[in-house]
Structure formats: structure tokens, C-alpha cells
Design a protein around this ligand. Structure first.
Ligand SMILES: *Cc1c(COP(=O)(O)O)cnc(C)c1O
Length: 312
């Protein structure tokens, strides 16, 4: 048996209200339904399998949270130690809880994600550790399966594929998968205007490791990068939850925000099919959710009081 927790095969759901707003047929690829709640599981299953074959003592990664949670789960299953380096104070609470609960050695680094990645790379070059960041080609191999799934489900590539753009590993993986399938969508990448400080902590990365591959994907598909203020990301995040019943993490909504911004700028999306990849579950980042929807309603446990609070 290979190393698996049942990753992949995530739901592709139609989004009627957002489709109407955009003037196209929009589908949401719900990657938050992977075993640890993000797409990272697709690649991690492969990367940790290889680490076992290579006989290392531990896996190591730098992470804004989801890579760490995923590495922790697959390493636990494989009987390996996971050492994760996370920027101190910058990881959403659900992700931090996951990595700890799954038995990883969580080291909070005084510095940014980019600093943590430099350290992880150096450890990964020493033989004892396998680096399981997306710099590992095994991660890309695992993650590209999502593109093949979309081609199978839609009978071809969509016209547009929208993704959040953090380090660009996932963009690279989708581009590889679609290229293999011989069907390329136009890539629409949503990135944070303030990469160092965005509320979308999963894409709080200032130096995208896969910038060259991302450039290649954009050239090959007439793709675009859409730069987004936090308010635009949160607006899309809220609309997904309130209008479609899909609770993703803020970074994931950068995909939808990218499409909305293009539509608002006059891009004609009519007659087209688009897929937004919702990369992670909303349960990862309860603090942002509670801050954005901060209003509490209190009531006594009496029907009259409930009705008064509702204003009925
Ligand atoms: C890792 C991650 C991203 C960014 O993916 P890249 O491959 O770094 O571009 C986006 N959203 C979520 C939820 C993530 O965990």
C-alpha cells in the first residue's frame, strides 16, 4: 500500500450566483476537502513516500501553515519525524494546532516565511532531512493530478483557471498537468498587493520560489496576474460564504477576487467556463473569520427576546 490519507478526488461544484455576477459558468474546486484541509496533501503524499524510500531521518519544511499541517500528517503515517519552521506569530491558529496535534516538531522562526525557507533548504541539503516544500519535484508531481481531474470532470480544460499566487508551486503543478493533458486554460493568478503583510496568510510570501515557472505558464496561456488589496480578497471570501455556502480560507478567495476584478475591469468572460481553485478550508483560520464578522448577538433564552433581536 502506498502512503495515502485519501487525498484528491475533491468536489467540483457549480457556483450559480457568482456565475451570474461574472457572466460566465464558474466552478469551484474545493481543495479544502483534502485530508488535512488543503491541496498540499496531494503533493505531500508523494514527497513523504519518497523520503521514506530515501531513508532519511526526518522531513523538513518552511511553512505559512498548511504545508506544515500536511507534512505532519503524512510523516506521522510514515513513521517519520516532521520538523516544521513557521514564521513566528504569522500562522493561522487552525494550522498551528494541526501541526502540533499531529506530532510535528514545530519551530517558530523569528523572521519571515522567506527566512524560514532559506533555513529549511539548507537543512534539506544535508542528507538527514528531506525537504518537502514545493521546491521538491515530488510535490509538483503529486499536485498536478488536480489538473487531470479537472480535464476528466469537464471533458477538457476550462477556458480560465484562477488560483491564488503565493510561491507559485501550485501554478507550476497545474501548468504541468494541463500541458500533459494537451489542454491549457488561461491562468488567472490572484496575488496580494502587500505580500509581506496580507491577511491571506497562506500567500504571505515575498519571494515566490517558482516565479520563472509562473512566467512560463502566463506566457503560454496568455495568463494574467491580478494584484489584490486585502479588502478585495475578503470581499470575495465573504461572497463565497454568503452566496455559495462555501467557507474557504482567505488566501483561497484570491482566485475568485482575481476573476471578479477582471470582470469589473471589463474583461469579457461570457460564453466561457472558469474554475477557481479554493486551496484551503475556512476552518484553518477562525480568527480572521471572527474578526471580519465581528458582530455578536446576545439574547435571553426566550422567544420574545429572540424575535426582538431579529427585529421581527
Ligand atoms: C500554499 C497555499 C497557497 C499558495 O500556493 P503556492 O503554491 O505557494 O502558490 C494558497 N492557498 C493556500 C490555502 C495554501 O495553503
Amino acid at each position: 500500500m502506498g502512503l495515502t490519507l485519501g487525498e484528491g478526488g475533491t468536489p467540483l461544484v457549480g457556483a450559480d450566483r457568482m456565475s451570474e455576477r461574472l457572466g460566465c459558468e464558474l466552478f469551484l474546486k474545493c481543495e479544502g476537502l483534502n485530508p488535512t484541509g488543503s491541496f498540499k496533501d496531494r503533493g505531500m503524499a508523494v514527497a513523504v513516500s519518497r523520503a521514506v524510500e530515501d531513508g532519511v531521518r526526518a522531513v523538513v519544511c518552511a511553512s505559512t501553515g498548511n504545508t506544515a499541517a500536511s507534512a505532519a500528517a503524512y510523516a506521522a503515517r510514515a513513521g517519520l519525524l516532521a520538523v516544521v519552521l513557521e514564521p513566528e506569530g504569522a500562522v493561522a491558529s487552525g494550522k498551528l494546532a494541526q501541526a502540533r496535534a499531529l506530532g510535528a516538531k514545530v519551530l517558530e522562526v523569528r523572521g519571515s516565511f522567506d527566512d524560514a525557507l532559506d533555513a529549511a533548504r539548507e537543512l534539506g541539503s544535508r542528507g538527514d532531512f528531506a525537504l518537502v516544500n514545493s521546491l521538491s519535484p515530488h510535490r509538483i508531481e503529486g499536485q498536478k493530478a488536480a489538473a487531470h481531474e479537472l480535464v476528466d470532470e469537464l471533458g477538457g480544460a476550462p477556458d480560465a483557471l484562477a488560483l491564488p499566487y503565493g510561491g507559485g508551486g501550485n501554478t507550476r503543478a497545474y501548468f504541468k498537468g494541463f500541458s500533459e493533458a494537451g489542454a491549457l486554460p488561461r491562468f488567472v493568478l490572484g496575488q496580494a498587493a502587500d505580500r509581506a503583510k496580507t491577511v491571506a496568510s497562506a500567500i504571505r510570501i515575498t519571494a515566490p520560489a517558482h516565479a520563472d515557472a509562473v512566467q512560463e505558464a502566463l506566457m503560454a496561456t496568455s495568463g494574467v496576474v491580478v494584484t489584490l488589496a486585502d479588502a478585495e480578497i475578503l470581499e470575495a471570501w465573504r461572497a463565497l460564504a454568503h452566496e455559495e455556502g462555501v467557507f474557504c480560507e482567505p488566501a483561497s478567495a484570491a482566485s475568485v477576487a482575481g476573476l471578479l476584478k477582471r470582470a469589473a475591469a471589463g474583461a469579457d468572460l461570457s460564453q466561457s467556463t472558469a474554475v477557481c481553485v479554493l486551496t484551503g478550508s475556512g476552518l484553518k483560520d477562525p480568527d480572521t473569520a471572527m474578526t471580519v464578522d465581528a458582530v455578536r448577538h446576545e439574547t435571553a433564552a426566550r422567544v420574545g427576546d429572540v424575535e426582538r433581536v431579529l427585529g421581527w
